[in-house]
Ligand binder design. Sequence first.
Ligand code: FAD
Length: 401
Amino acid sequence: MSELETYRQSARVFLDSMAPKYARPARSGNTVEQDLALGRQYMAARYDAGFAGINWSPEFGGQGLSNLHKIAFDAEEMQYGMPVGFFGISLGMPVPMMIHYGQDRDFVKERVTKALRGEEIWCQLFSEPSGGSDLAALRTKVEPDGNGWRMNGQKVWTSWAQYADYGVIVTRSDPTVAKHKGLTYFWVDMKAPGVEVRPIKLAGGDSHVNEVFFDNVRLEDEQRMGEVGGGFGLALHTLMIERYIATDSAGFGPHLDLFVKLAKETTLNGRPAIEDGRIRSAIARNHAMRAGLDSITRRAMLMMQAGMQPGPEGSLQKLVAVRSRQKLSELALDLQGTAALPFDEHAYVKEDWGTSWLNAPTGRIAGGSDEVLLNTIAEKVLGLPQDYRPDKGIPFNQIPA
Ligand SMILES: Cc1cc2nc3c(=O)[nH]c(=O)nc-3n(C[C@H](O)[C@H](O)[C@H](O)COP(=O)(O)OP(=O)(O)OC[C@H]3O[C@@H](n4cnc5c(N)ncnc54)[C@H](O)[C@@H]3O)c2cc1C
């Protein structure tokens, strides 16, 4: 048995031991606050068992293992539905960025341990009303203030900001140069005076995203990460850190077996739906698509095992998987007729078609919208010419708003 398979088995033993207290059935009916408290306990237990910071350096409380070990653990953990959602962004991007660029190394070490144990949460303050797909169009500004900075502006769609202790943020420090060049990256204390977080309610009823307002917030120069004007490079680095993550060809929605079960249990024109040609063809199409995505994932894993870098074809995963999850969820709701109408706010997205359908659109926007992923595929996979960029090289304050 390979070393990776042995590791995967030890992960399963740990997860099995945690499941009675923390897995999906144990969380059923929890409020968000109860779930967060449970999540913090699970993170501490995971840290103590040596399954935290799997691919991080031991200097920062990590295990010093490979990306493949991290992906293997995450893929196993995903099957259990542990309460880890609150910490995904925190440990995924902001905290690794602090490890790379935080100026005060003792402060960084302390923060990293607390974040790994779930005691502190970090958020990622990138998107704004004027800058989402085109991040470099952002307007939150910083101005020099003595030996530090003063920040004003607004971010939006910030996941878990209402529970966050700290965040990493991209700001505009110089509006007189081209839009990518005038950005600077900082960390910010989310409890500092002048920071206001307002939750946004999503269609599925949850409020994990927020608007965040900054009114004359003071930033010390030690909070700056990277060079003044180097913020866009750090933003790209942030987005590259989580390049190799556990994927899910079900688009983080229900498994295809659940659809087959539903098709056997429901009737269409007086016969079991599973006997209908259109339903059978939907199942076959989804099976083929998921098998194709799984093959891409397997190839990427093999490349990583061989010490190579997987290519940009990873951008196909989310685009194809979440789109087809949305379509399949819609078909499942149609099959159920009025029985699909009652909405259970505690239902699990991987087990409930209504929840899956309602949440799918956010999956098609967050982490790169469908159209932006199509552009990536066009430019990086197919080698087509670049998207039209009329504001390239123009000073930011001369671009018509
Ligand atoms: C659930 C959720 C969680 C999120 N969490 C965070 C977070 O924690 N931190 C954070 O910073 N952000 C977060 N976001 C924001 C997310 O990154 C942005 O929503 C995303 O980048 C799209 O930006 P936008 O909403 O401004 O849409 P826009 O960029 O304004 O896009 C609007 C539409 O235009 C299309 N479009 C844009 N550019 C092009 C182009 N060049 N060619 C063709 N079509 C184009 C888009 O596909 C979209 O359909 C989250 C979003 C969601 C939904």
